[in-house]
Design a binder for this molecule. Structure first.
Ligand code: BDP
Length: 502
């Protein structure tokens, strides 16, 4: 069968001058998951709050790029640095005593810093100006229940309806490395500790909502928590179970490459994790969200994280999780200092730059981690390629996805591509095709069925090459005609296309 399939694919490629031809029948009804309006999200270190002028209503440049990315996005604050924050409501409040932690290679150093009332007030103004809401991260690793409750009270009051929920603790499945006793730390001891803090928060904020457990990678904890949950007396209101995802890392790992990032096996692993997480969420009757992730941990890898390949990856990754009923994704980033502190002082991507012959001064002049969706140059903010992929996927926000597995149909040709279809709130059908293949072009016959009219709108996600430091979204609203409900369209290698039919 495989040989026959390969032969017929080869034959169709020859016919279409190198492009593999596929006919995709687009169902006229969508009965898959609904992709929420606020699906698109970003994640920043809590330490970003150390500069209260960053998330501020006065930071108009940043507000502009947030709004370009999404009109209703979700800003999540967390990261490794969230374990070393302490709440400083007024200038006279002294730094508390901190518990003993272990210093471990590869884990962040205990660098304590205050989160101030001013930073939280500015954050509220920033959220109002952008139209975004917030998942607010409070530390657990070195925090006290009283500290968490006092911070939560001020945050709830100040952010108001801009606050979706609290997250307490970041990547708790890794606490055994440096913050807890590896002999006793597990999903059960975590849950007990989490409940104690959540109940203290509830005393201060009776209607507080939560997302948890924000594991780095071990989604098995979601399964275990879902199993333990029915025996929790008077459970706090958890709306979302959460996990993180980094394709690989660190930057020095040769496995972190464009071809590995984009190959179908990578997304198969993502699907497996998603199935586990979704099953746990369903069992608890809550949603699941990927609250922190990106291409390559410890700050990303130049030439992979900051190029067009990352745009195709983030578009595919985001739509795949939407098709698994996730409530959203938050891509991690921020300015250099906060992310560097989160990974123990310097970004290993710097090592790569040293290998590439950059001087320490040149390295120091890179002001942000390589995976950041929004880069900062002085007071200028720009959307990086990885953000373009998220923005492209985000155009299906508010839509209902069709259940058909269009990706498998395309991949049967041997081309590394993915496809998703959805019914938009206005009734239009949209199809997104992501041709991640480095060499093979596609030619698609999209069969929308006879009932669709002939107004076709297209939009492309493109760049000059997979490894180009650029991404573009080009809107093309020319009217094309459907022949017997069919639309024939090329999707060149290394590009994305959205076709919307009224
Ligand atoms: C995650 C941490 C985050 C780091 C990121 C990274 O939560 O704080 O910035 O890894 O390594 O595990 O880049």
């Amino acid at each position: 069968f495989l040989a026959a399939a390969a032969m017929s694919v080869a034959a169709t490629r020859l016919r279409a001058q190198g492009a593999a031809h596929v006919t995709l029948t687009i169902p006229s009804e969508a009965n898959g998951p609904h992709m929420p309006e606020d699906y698109v999200g970003l994640s920043y270190e809590v330490q970003q709050l150390l500069d209260p002028t960053f998330f501020s209503p006065k930071n108009t440049g940043l507000i502009r790029v947030f709004k370009t990315l999404s009109a209703h996005g979700v800003l999540r604050l967390g990261g490794n640095t969230s374990e070393f924050e302490w709440w400083k409501p007024t200038p006279d409040v002294k730094e508390p005593e901190h518990p003993q932690t272990r210093e471990v290679e590869g884990e962040p150093k205990a660098q304590y810093y205050p989160v101030t009332a001013e930073a939280v007030r500015n954050l509220a103004g920033f959220l109002r100006a952008t139209g975004w809401t917030c998942l607010y991260g409070i530390g657990m690793g070195t925090n006290s229940a009283e500290g968490a409750a006092a911070e939560a009270e001020y945050v709830a009051k100040t952010l108001g309806e801009r606050l979706q929920y609290f997250q307490v603790g970041n990547e708790v499945d890794l606490f055994s490395r440096h913050l807890r006793d590896p002999e006793t730390w597990n999903a059960k001891t975590y849950l007990d500790e989490w409940l104690a803090i959540a109940r203290a928060v509830l005393k201060a904020v009776p209607d507080a909502k939560f997302g948890m457990p924000d594991v780095a990678a071990n989604v098995g904890w979601l399964t275990q928590i879902a199993e333990m949950w029915p025996s929790v007396q008077n459970p706090p209101h958890v709306t979302t179970v959460t996990h993180h995802y980094y394709f690989g890392g660190p930057a020095t790992n040769p496995e972190v490459s464009i071809s590995n990032l984009l190959k179908p096996a990578t997304m198969l692993r993502v699907q497996k994790t998603a199935d586990t997480a979704t099953a746990a969420a369903d069992k608890m009757g809550v949603r699941v969200r990927m609250t922190e992730g990106n291409t390559c941990y410890r700050g990303g890898k130049p030439g992979v994280s900051d190029v067009f390949a990352a745009a195709l990856w983030s578009a595919d990754y985001s739509l795949l999780l939407a098709s698994k009923n996730y409530s959203g994704v938050n891509l991690h980033g921020g300015t250099g200092k906060s992310v560097a502190n989160s990974v123990g002082g310097s970004l290993p991507g710097d090592l790569m730059l040293k290998d590439a012959g950059e001087t320490p001064e040149q390295i120091a002049s890179h002001p942000h981690p390589f995976y950041t969706p929004i880069a900062t140059f002085g007071d200028q903010y720009t959307l990086e390629p990885v953000a373009y992929g998220l923005m492209f996927a985000g155009e299906l926000c508010g839509a209902t996805l069709v259940k058909a597995d269009l990706t498998s149909q395309i991949q049967a040709t041997g081309v590394d591509a993915a496809a998703y279809a959805a019914k938009l709130p206005g009734g239009e059908m949209a199809v997104v095709i992501l041709n991640k293949d480095a060499a093979h072009d596609l030619e698609l016959s999209l069969d929308f069925g006879p009932s669709r009219s002939s107004t076709v709108e297209t939009e492309t996600l493109h760049a000059t090459a997979l490894d180009a430091r650029e991404a573009h979204i080009t809107h093309d609203s020319k009217r094309a005609s459907l022949k017997h409900g069919q639309y024939l369209v090329p999707v060149p290698h290394a590009s994305g296309l959205r076709v919307t039919v009224r």
